[in-house]
Design a protein around this ligand. Structure first.
Ligand code: NAD
Length: 370
């Protein structure tokens, strides 16, 4: 098979576009994976070491996430090669050039991702008119400031806790990665009666079995300090967060943090994924065998993209949050019930749910467009 089709399978990718403008140092790739449900929405990731394979995997993840969330959008992703901390002027030139180079790819709507933010999306919008995750002044709903993903995650946790056989009220929670997702997840879980007992960031972790004050930890972060510097509780190594006794463990930082070599240490009854691909396949199977229920990432962390899609369609903040609550609760329920009925991993049930929606939409497409 031609190398250009090495990622091809029954769903996509529909299109891979490489852009290269040596004159200004622009190098980037767009993967539009599947557009059966509508134009693709997915982030623009800027990093020095991104490649086409990563772009394809991320685009496929968006196809599944958007389909599972019932959005009228397919999956795509774009990558821009470069250090996101480069001088602002250079970054602006590159992001604007990337947008212009992809102006004709009308089946892709830009969103923010690692290395890009709402200002970048404002530049893209100004160039080609197609971006979500915009500043408020351009009709944006600031999803990280409001905690859209953490809000959805708390709802997924509430539904899943019932499946795991314990109430959310009084449940002990450990959060790995006290950033936009982790902090708000802790905040919304605490508002529903859960008790945050441990939290970490890239500089360390803090553990207090009697409970931590989420707002006090948020204040540490606002002041530019690590959660580990919080005076209450015991400072522990970041890696030891996995040993903390709790009911709910929330990965909200990096991929592959629960692996075969540490899955047996997890002392929680429920894992609700805020981060993308935080567990390896083998670890998920180990957790299942130990009776630890796991809510897959693209079900639990869809709050951000639901918010972004609602923004694109002109919805209010209130309507966006209602949609997040409704869809994530319904999907979590459906996926966990189906997994139990079939005796499979929740991830298998979630992938099947998303793929069946994409397949149905593919069957309705008109192809006679030429
Ligand atoms: P963020 O940068 O705001 O926060 C990440 C946090 O993780 C920071 O506090 C950082 O210090 C911490 N961290 C980094 N490395 C760590 C480590 N090794 N151990 C412990 N903590 C560590 O990012 P975010 O927007 O909160 O995203 C977190 C994860 O969730 C990412 O995987 C992202 O792809 C995923 N995600 C985010 C959204 C969203 O709406 N922001 C939506 C879906 C998925």
């Amino acid at each position: 098979m031609d190398d250009a089709f090495r990622f091809a399978d029954e769903l996509g990718p529909a299109k891979i576009v490489h852009v290269h403008e040596p004159g200004i140092g622009l190098r980037g790739t767009l993967v539009v994976d599947n557009v059966a449900t509508g134009p693709a929405i997915g982030g623009l990731r800027m990093a020095p070491d991104v490649d086409t394979q990563e772009c394809f995997r991320l685009a496929r993840a968006m196809t599944l996430k958007n389909a599972a969330a019932g959005l009228p959008h397919g999956g795509g992703k774009s990558i821009l090669v470069g250090d996101p901390r480069m001088p602002a002027e250079r970054k602006e030139r590159l992001v604007r050039a990337m947008a212009c180079a992809l102006a004709d790819c009308r089946d892709y709507i830009f969103g923010p991702d690692m290395g890009t933010d709402e200002t970048c999306m404002a530049w893209v919008k100004a160039e080609i008119g197609r971006a979500v995750g915009l500043p408020r002044e351009l009709g944006g709903i600031p999803l990280d400031e409001l905690g859209a993903t953490g809000f959805g995650l708390a709802h997924a946790a509430e539904v899943a806790a019932r499946h795991a056989g314990f109430p959310l009220a009084g449940a002990r929670v450990a959060v790995q990665g006290f950033g936009a997702v982790g902090l708000h997840a802790a905040r919304f879980l605490a508002a529903r009666g859960a008790l945050l007992v441990a939290a970490s960031d890239s500089q360390g972790a803090i553990h207090a079995p009697e409970g931590l004050d989420v707002e006090a930890l948020a204040a540490e972060k606002r002041a530019g300090r690590s959660v580990a510097e919080h005076p209450k509780g015991r400072r522990i190594e970041g890696d030891d967060l996995v040993d903390v006794e709790c009911e709910i463990w929330v990965p909200a930082a990096r991929p592959d943090v629960i692996r075969e070599d540490n899955a047996a240490r997890l002392r929680a009854r429920l894992l609700v994924s805020g981060a993308n691909i935080p567990t390896t396949d083998a670890a998920e199977e180990m957790l299942q065998r130990r009776g630890v229920l796991s809510v897959p990432d693209f079900i639990a962390n869809a709050g951000g993209v639901i918010c972004a899609a609602m923004e694109y369609h002109g919805a209010t903040q209130t309507a966006a949050f209602q949609a997040i609550e409704e869809r994530i609760r319904a999907n979590t329920e459906e996926v966990l019930a189906d997994a139990k009925r079939r005796g499979v991993l929740p991830r298998r049930a979630a992938v099947d749910l998303a793929v069946s929606r994409v397949r149905r939409a593919m069957g309705w497409r008109r192809w006679s467009i030429f």
